[in-house]
Design a protein around this ligand. Structure first.
Ligand SMILES: Cc1cc2nc3c(=O)[nH]c(=O)nc-3n(C[C@H](O)[C@H](O)[C@H](O)COP(=O)(O)O)c2cc1C
Length: 209
């Protein structure tokens, strides 16, 4: 059901003029984050797996649709592992100027919380969130078709937001607050987070508020 909602959202984006691509985490090998901090120091993770490929596809995109079923009121371990491995993408705000949205099918409920969780992650990476679609499918045979319709509209709107470079003032405030907090952390950790410090200096983000 998750793949159906992701593919339907992408079909909406495609019909609105975007080039689209599905990256299915279930077919990839992404190891757990070891918390070693090497990415903060060097800009790359020393683990040899498919993370670099996924991060490359995300970094090359103007927009991203995250999808996960509700597992115990949260995302799946696979999605959580991807998010953990992307902590340097938060430090370096790799999705700044990009757009995103999320889809979540659930059995009995909690889909709104899971969509909110994934969207919160996108904002933490610097992206602007354009929407979210979730549905509890358990006892309602029509729910998946309604969710697919909403996902299609959401995909079209994602492509429109990218095209218009849409601004979301409340999210811009949140981005500024995240940047302020990150600036303090990166300056305080100049040596262990040498790559992040260098990247922030290159971007001219260390001085301005
Ligand atoms: C391990 C596991 C945990 C789940 N936890 C929840 C949950 O907390 N709330 C819920 O409504 N559904 C839960 N479900 C049901 C799934 O979210 C639901 O069946 C979803 O449609 C599966 O998506 P998929 O078809 O893409 O795998 C759980 C399913 C599994 C296998």
């Amino acid at each position: 059901m998750t793949l159906r909602l992701v593919e339907t959202a992408l079909e909406g984006a495609r019909q609105a003029g975007a080039e689209v691509e599905v990256v299915d985490l279930a077919s990839l090998r992404i190891h757990d984050c070891k918390g070693c901090g090497a990415c903060y120091k060097t800009g790359r993770c020393p683990q040899d797996d498919d993370f670099g490929y996924v991060m490359g596809r995300i970094a090359a995109a103007d927009g991203v649709v995250l999808g996960s079923p509700a597992y115990f009121d949260s995302v799946t371990p696979r999605m959580m592992t991807l998010m953990d491995r992307m902590s340097d993408a938060i430090h370096c705000q790799r999705l700044r100027g990009r757009y995103g949205c999320s889809v979540c099918p659930a059995g009995t409920g909690g889909e709104g919380r899971v969509v909110g969780y994934m969207n919160g992650f996108l904002v933490a990476c610097g992206a602007s969130v354009t929407g979210g679609t979730g549905a509890a499918l358990g006892s309602d045979p029509g729910a998946i078709d309604r969710a697919a319709e909403a996902a299609h509209a959401m995909g079209m709107d994602l492509a429109a937001a990218i095209r218009e470079k849409r601004v979301y003032p409340d999210q811009a405030d949140r981005h500024r607050a995240i940047m302020k907090w990150l600036r303090c952390r990166i300056v305080a950790n100049k040596e262990p987070w040498a790559h992040d410090y260098f990247y922030w200096a290159q971007q001219g983000w260390l001085l301005s508020d």
